[in-house]
Design a protein around this ligand. Structure first.
Ligand code: SF4
Length: 211
């Protein structure tokens, strides 16, 4: 299935929570979920009033939610899960850490972009370098110690400037450090689950794929 190109606020309404897909608007009262916190479509409100969802429905929704937050497709997500399951430790945590370590996510968390979608574009268009070399692969796995920088020719790009100057931006996570002046960030360490500010129950995804 191709990438979703419809209105992203519908995705948040479908999942019943803010997924922060639209940049600075998500932090204002213009966020539609503030007014209509039920699934889109003519049956959305009725669905919200119905009885509790089945276990399977909850597991499925949790998986869809995480995929939508990071903007990744089903095949990629499943492959990442299988790799996470082979690693030592807790599979759900390994999965989230792998998603958090994606270059586009790190560019977003460093506030060089106001959304993961915008961060993906910056990476794709060659505006980002890792350890001094241009990397244009959004899923590139960043390792602890790596330096992530907006390229010199791109450091005054409007989206980068607007994101850094925005008053409504997510808080910096403690496993990243940034020097906004030089548009340079560093991944200090591998995050633990407690360091990933995401309201998701990754265990439900593990249960779904373990069936
Ligand atoms: Fe989701 Fe942001 Fe749209 Fe609100 S404004 S519904 S958080 S994408």
């Amino acid at each position: 299935m191709g990438r979703y190109i419809g209105p992203v606020c519908r995705l948040c309404r479908r999942e019943g929570q803010k997924l922060f897909l639209k940049g600075t608007r998500c932090y204002t009262d213009k966020c539609p979920i503030e007014r209509r916190n039920y699934a889109p479509g003519q049956h959305g409100l009725a669905q919200a009033r119905r009885r509790k969802a089945s276990d399977y429905a909850q597991q499925l929704r949790e998986k869809q939610k995480v995929k939508r937050i990071y903007g990744v497709g089903e095949r990629y997500f499943k492959n990442l899960f299988e790799r996470a399951a082979k690693q030592p430790g807790v599979t759900g945590e390994n999965l989230l850490v792998a998603l958090e370590s994606r270059l586009d996510n790190i560019v977003y968390r460093l506030n060089f972009a106001s959304s993961r979608k915008q961060a993906r574009q910056l990476v794709r268009h060659g505006h980002i370098e890792v350890n001094g070399r241009e990397v244009n692969i959004p899923s590139y796995p960043v390792k602890p110690g790596a330096e992530i920088r907006v390229r010199a020719k791109s450091k005054d790009l409007l989206p980068v400037q607007a994101s850094l100057e925005s008053k409504t931006r997510p808080e910096m996570v403690r496993w990243l450090a940034v020097d906004e002046g030089t548009r340079t960030g560093r991944m200090l360490e591998r995050p633990s689950r407690a360091d990933i500010p995401l309201a998701v129950q990754e265990q439900l995804i593990v249960e779904l794929y373990s069936k």
